[in-house]
Design a protein around this ligand. Structure first.
Ligand code: UD2
Length: 307
């Protein structure tokens, strides 16, 4: 069996690649290294790597013809709400057009695949008051990023139904763990916090810290992705999260305890397009056999150990 992972040198992608290799799959990675790093992939020598942009349509088509993957995990994305507000056309070309083009090519050429998994985001739920978010909760995508993710989900699911393709979508909540790049202002807050605690840098807190998130350790995310693959599920959407809500203030406090050091905090206004509260219902995943192995405290301790 062969798997193609777009964005396979990125934070989540590289953990997935290592897992797929350990399960005995042949793995092909496409990554333009805009945020990713080949060093993130532990089993680099056992993986076929193409440093390319998923927007290179000709290249992607040739790749599919030559490699003929059974499983496709589409993780390549500009994973930032703020970036999509600054550069909506560019992020759209990655977050939607590249995925659409691949689906369309698979349809037109009848490429046989076992599963096409698209990675969407909790951003699709926006700021509606219903909590916890269920996969069939109302959506309210507020940013170009969230709109692209939601619209692409709809394409992926409709292509699945209309053209009998085995497609599935997942919505990542806030994923953290080793390998997350802290260097961009849009990096995950826990990678930035780790960097600040480690290097005694001041941390910029956007808003009053009462915003909540559902943080899930990357190993649990990989567990969920693999369960979805193994279950041969199709035409479904799954939340991938921990199922617990924590405020940013509470997270900072927990992390300071874990790291046994205190953080220097600079206050700044809240970010545009931000979600105020976020927490997932993970019942659908639990039905597939998912159990969260990492509480926030355990995940932070493990992350801090390796930092
Ligand atoms: C996450 C995803 C994003 C999208 C979104 C959906 C990450 C990295 N991003 O964005 O792709 O799916 O969820 O809602 O997982 N913060 C600070 N200081 C900092 C950085 C962040 O206060 O230096 C705050 C930020 O304003 C936010 C919270 O920390 O309230 C979490 O920020 P984030 O960028 O880690 O993730 P989020 O939820 O904005």
């Amino acid at each position: 069996m062969k798997a193609l992972v777009t964005g396979g040198a990125g934070f989540i992608g590289s953990h997935l690649v290592d897992h797929l290799v350990s399960e005995g799959l042949d793995v092909v990675v496409v990554d333009n290294l805009s945020m990713g790093d080949l060093h993130n992939i532990k089993y680099q020598d056992e993986v076929t790597i193409y440093v390319e942009d998923v927007r290179n349509e000709k290249f992607m088509q040739q790749l599919l013809q030559e490699e003929r993957p059974d499983y496709i995990y589409f993780l390549a994305a500009v994973a930032s709400v703020a970036d999509s507000i600054e550069r909506p056309a560019e992020t759209h070309s990655v977050n939607q057009t590249a995925v659409f083009n691949m689906l369309e090519y698979i349809r037109k050429t009848n490429l046989p695949i076992k599963q096409f998994l698209f990675t969407s985001s909790a951003a699709v739920y926006g700021n509606l008051p219903e909590l916890p978010k269920k996969e069939d909760s109302r959506v309210d995508p507020l940013s170009p990023y969230a709109i692209d993710k939601y619209a692409t989900e709809r394409f992926v699911l409709a292509y699945g139904e209309l053209y009998d393709l085995p497609t599935v979508c997942v919505r990542f909540f806030n994923v953290y763990g080793p390998g997350q790049n802290p260097s961009s202002p849009y990096s995950g807050v826990l990678s930035i916090l780790t960097d600040c605690l480690n290097n005694k840098k001041p941390f910029t807190l956007y808003g009053d810290g009462s915003q909540t998130r559902d943080f899930v350790y990357v190993e649990d995310v990989i567990q969920a992705l693999w369960l979805i693959t193994k279950s041969d599920t199709e035409h479904e959407v799954f939340n991938i999260a921990n199922g617990n809500e924590a405020s940013l203030n509470a997270i900072i406090e927990t992390y300071e305890k874990v790291a046994e050091t205190s953080l220097q905090i600079k206050k700044a206004p809240g970010r545009e397009g931000e979600v105020k509260r976020s927490v997932a219902n993970i019942g659908k995943l639990i039905k597939l056999g998912y159990t969260t192995k990492w509480s926030l405290e355990a995940g932070l301790s493990k992350y801090w150990e390796g930092a």
